[in-house]
Design a protein around this ligand. Structure first.
Ligand code: SF4
Length: 583
């Protein structure tokens, strides 16, 4: 185990229904999580094959803190993205990390294509290959319900599954984890579908004695206090990330109606506070998190056959509300829930779904496409049309939905409408029109996520008061350090508690000698490896285009952005990039 010896890598071949365990001393220096997964991807990737080729690997990994320290709750997935066709990296929590820890594996590599629909049960005895024909074609909710019945391990297991979108190889598809979390963005769901892999059930019963409990308890306490004793608690626990709806709206940073505006006049109607008042059912936490930010609400509606009511529980966070509410003009809690339920059941990524539907709506308004393509009269605020369109995305009935399901970069190549397509780094924007740092940050981040380097946070705290050099340096340093945190693999909401000093101390308490300086160097090394992989997949920093015109037409939280200023920042980033990585 990564805690005290070699890295345990479970290798699964779906083609031959076989598996083996490798104990890899040589990977220990990569810490765990994304560090180990990146290294494994370098070894396993089929560089010259398309993303959905059976030879392409899916790599999952946890880190040395998983299940050991507070908020070390995530599993990282690394793969070649069917959406951007380059680096794919995604994170999910709930019970995912603790289940892999109990099962005894630090990393899992899955290759090949199963001869028939299959689900895997991974535990400390190894891997069972099970017939998934009974759940193939079912949505994520029903699949989860049945797998919970079929398999044991209640309370210790984690179930990762795809819906119809993944089965139909739609590059907007994600992977549902334990009902309320996801491996989202970048199309991991399509990759599972391409391998005939409907689901993974991960469980185990192993335990891990701590060798130096005194040192461990001291550091644990320090991290725990830092997490629960800060404003993080009130921000994320009581209202949840959905608190950002009103905050970003007040700043003029909330992308609305395909970013025709950055304020939503009905923001109050879909605020986190309103979701809480009207629907909150319970607040959940990932296993190992003392904070708990997962707000689960009840979506209750009349039964379609008129016999009473039916209800569904759904997690509401900032991003789903942003993407399905303001972005599409849905102005009531129940309207957002109605669409969110469809997105969840289909197994689509919620951010990309909202953004591609917003583009399609404006494309229809402008006559770039016609109803012959959209099949339904897409209109901002019209929830029923969006529900139907979401079903079409997951099970495309025509070329238009097939193209839209491949993301806006692909769809606009065929239909035009690039100027108002909210693309950054090859895929759909996250919900922060905060300023230059977000715009540049999502574009240049290795996985093109706002979470690569938190540019949105820099915009909000510095409010335009910085030099170009400071902005670029921040993005570079933040992304490098996040590679360390993502190797551990902690929830990034706890990033302020895991300072370089505390992180080094926490590793030392587990018997690993290191210091903050060594960790910072490792962060750069991992980032360098990712860019080496991106290059081999055909992607370099030179390919980043100017963001579409819409970003410069609608005022951001920093006012109207200027394309020339953005271009100068990108140029500076490129100039500093190589020397930063090699320092
Ligand atoms: S803060 Fe939220 S997402 Fe992060 S570990 Fe806790 S419950 Fe999970």
């Amino acid at each position: 185990m990564i805690l005290e010896g070699p890295v345990n890598v479970l290798k699964i071949d779906l083609e031959s229904s076989s598996w083996k365990l490798e104990e890899r001393e040589d990977l220990v220096g990569w810490l765990g999580g994304v560090g180990v997964a990146t290294q494994l991807f370098m070894e396993e990737a089929a560089w010259d094959k398309p993303p959905l080729a059976p030879e392409q690997p899916i790599i999952f990994a946890i880190g040395p803190f998983s299940g050991i320290y507070p908020l070390a709750t995530k599993v990282v997935a690394v793969f070649r993205s069917p959406l951007t066709e380059e680096w794919g990296e995604s994170y999910a929590g709930m019970r995912a990390a603790i289940a892999l820890r109990f099962a005894g594996y630090d990393a899992v590599v899955i290759k090949g294509k199963a001869p028939r629909p299959t689900y895997l049960v991974i535990d400390e005895k190894g891997v069972a290959f099970k017939d998934a024909r009974g759940v193939w074609g079912l949505d994520t909710e029903e699949t989860g319900r049945l797998l919970r019945e079929f398999e044991g391990g209640r309370g210790r297991r984690s179930i990762w599954r795809i819906g119809p979108a993944g089965e139909n190889l739609v590059p907007l598809a994600g992977v549902n984890v334990d009902t309320y979390r996801h491996f989202g963005r970048l199309g991991l769901g399509a990759l599972l579908g391409s391998k005939n892999l409907k689901a993974l059930v991960v469980l185990g019963n192993r335990s891990y004695p701590i060798k130096n409990p005194t040192a461990y308890n001291r550091v644990y306490e320090k991290i725990y206090r830092a997490v629960v004793g800060t404003p993080l608690l009130s921000k994320y626990h009581y209202i949840g990330t959905a608190e950002n709806i009103l905050a970003l709206n007040a700043q003029g940073s909330l992308p609305t109606l395909n970013l025709k505006a950055s304020r939503f006049e009905k923001a109050e109607e879909v605020s986190g506070e309103r979701f809480g008042r009207e629907s909150l059912f319970r607040i959940l936490a990932c296993a190992g998190c003392p904070l708990g930010c997962i707000h689960v609400g009840v979506y209750r509606r009349p039964h379609p056959k008129g016999a009473g009511y039916i209800s569904t529980t759904l997690a509401y966070d900032y991003e789903p509300i942003y993407a399905l509410g303001p972005m599409l003009g849905l102005d009531a809690v129940d309207k957002v829930y109605a669409l969110l339920r469809e997105v969840e059941a289909s197994g689509l990524d919620v951010i990309s779904t909202g953004v591609v539907l917003a583009w399609a709506t404006e494309a229809l308004e402008r006559g770039v496409v016609s109803e012959k393509e959209t099949l339904v009269p897409l209109r901002f605020g019209a929830v029923e049309s969006y529900i139907q369109a979401t079903q079409y995305l997951a099970q495309p009935p025509n070329d238009f939905y097939r193209a839209l399901g491949r993301g806006l970069r692909y769809a606009t190549r065929i239909y035009g409408g690039e100027d108002f397509a909210l693309i950054l780094g090859g895929h759909e924007m996250a919900g922060y029109h905060t300023g230059y740092a977000f715009l540049l940050g999502q574009s240049v981040g290795a996985r093109h996520s706002h979470l690569c380097n938190a540019g949105y946070s820099f915009d909000q705290t510095r409010k335009g008061d910085y030099t170009p050099e400071e902005l670029v340096q921040y993005l570079l340093e933040e992304e490098a350090w996040r590679n360390v945190l993502n190797s551990l693999v902690i929830c990034l909401f706890a990033r302020k508690a895991y300072t370089p000093e505390v992180t080094a101390e926490a590793l030392q308490a587990l018997g690993r000698e290191t210091d903050p300086q060594e960790l910072m160097i490792l962060g750069r090394k991992i980032l360098r490896q990712k860019w080496e992989a991106k290059k081999r997949l055909g992607y370099t920093l030179d390919q980043i285009p100017l963001p579409p015109r819409r970003y410069f037409e609608t005022p951001s939280g920093q006012g109207l952005l200027d394309p020339e200023t953005y271009a100068a920042l990108l140029k500076l980033y490129r100039e500093k990039f190589a020397s930063f990585l090699n320092a």
